[in-house]
Design a protein around this ligand. Structure first.
Ligand SMILES: *[C@@H]1O[C@H](CO)[C@@H](O)[C@H](O)[C@H]1NC(C)=O
Ligand SMILES: *[C@@H]1O[C@H](CO)[C@@H](O)[C@H](O)[C@H]1NC(C)=O
Ligand SMILES: *[C@@H]1O[C@H](CO)[C@@H](O)[C@H](O)[C@H]1NC(C)=O
Ligand SMILES: *[C@@H]1O[C@H](CO)[C@@H](O)[C@H](O)[C@H]1NC(C)=O
Length: 257
């Protein structure tokens, strides 16, 4: 029985194979290839479509992460949502941030003004950042520095936490500001930076302050230390004034203008 069965199957196989096999095989292979092709195509299409949708979603998430702030329409260009590279703004990521720059001249009270600003928990005024020459060697270094400050990546003693609501710096006119004023104005306009002009109305007082400061630098009557910025009446020191001195400084300053 077993032999018979074996023979029967062998026979039928031998009989069928030479005639039908090539055609059947070809159609089977063709069908298989078609199915595979369609399958691969659908997978590719799926990947492309999912890739684009996730990109699109990410794009939207980055572009519009926060609810509209409750402010006047004209103020909108002046609020920003910086994304610092060095840390996460965490729960304050949606607190709008304003950018500012204090433009001033030495001995005009800008240091005091900055101290008052920095007294606020959410304001960070980073000082005379461009007193360092390398940072103002050309427009690109200036922009790089500004980008870092306004992106909240600048670390200084005035840097606040992730909840900073206003960030800026103090910039003296003679620290590259006049040289590159066109580009800087353009940068401020495109980035929505507010400018605070701080100049001393009484120029004579400014001259006296310059005189006192330079005198103190050499004589150091304040306990043997020199302080260009004082924070209490006890630290204030006015040198004995002579008109010739003042006159000299007035002359120098008129010349440098
Ligand atoms: C701000 O100034 C007030 C009054 O001088 C002072 O009591 C307070 O500690 C200051 N706050 C900060 C954060 O410096
Ligand atoms: C700008 O200055 C920096 C530092 O001095 C220098 O490395 C850079 O090459 C300068 N860039 C241009 C465009 O002059
Ligand atoms: C100011 O900072 C505090 C904590 O440091 C935060 O809770 C608050 O939301 C901030 N305010 C603004 C207007 O960002
Ligand atoms: C001078 O400075 C020293 C060290 O900073 C301080 O201990 C001392 O009280 C100062 N004296 C005066 C008169 O300010």
């Amino acid at each position: 029985m077993a032999d018979d069965l074996c023979f029967f199957t062998k026979d039928s196989f031998i009989l069928k194979s030479p005639k039908k096999s090539p055609l059947v095989l070809r159609t089977v292979v063709l069908f298989f290839v078609m199915v595979c092709g369609v399958y691969i195509c659908t997978i590719c299409l799926k990947q492309i479509s999912t890739g684009s949708t996730t990109e699109f979603l990410n794009f939207r998430v980055v572009q519009k992460p926060c609810p509209e702030p409750n402010i006047e329409p004209w103020e909108i260009p002046y609020v920003h949502y910086p994304n610092p590279k060095t840390y996460s703004r965490a729960e304050c990521a949606c607190n709008p941030v304003r950018y500012f720059a204090i433009m001033s001249m030495q001995r005009s009270g800008s240091g005091w003004f900055e101290t008052l600003l920095n007294n606020h928990t959410n304001i960070s005024s980073n000082g005379e950042i461009f007193s360092v020459k390398v940072r103002r060697s050309n427009v690109s270094t200036i922009f790089e520095t500004l980008d870092k400050i306004y992106n909240l990546d600048w670390m200084s003693s005035a840097s606040k936490n992730e909840c900073t609501a206003a960030v800026g710096l103090k910039w003296m006119l003679n620290q590259g500001l006049m040289q590159h004023h066109k580009e800087i104005v353009e940068y401020f306009n495109t980035r929505g930076v507010s400018t605070i002009f701080l100049f001393r109305r009484n120029l004579l007082r400014r001259m006296i302050s310059i005189l006192a400061n330079s005198y103190d630098r050499d004589a150091k009557p304040l306990n043997g230390t020199h302080k260009s910025h004082v924070h209490s009446p006890y630290e204030v020191y006015a040198p004995p004034l002579s008109l010739t001195h003042t006159h000299k400084y007035l002359k120098v300053s008129t010349l440098t203008k």
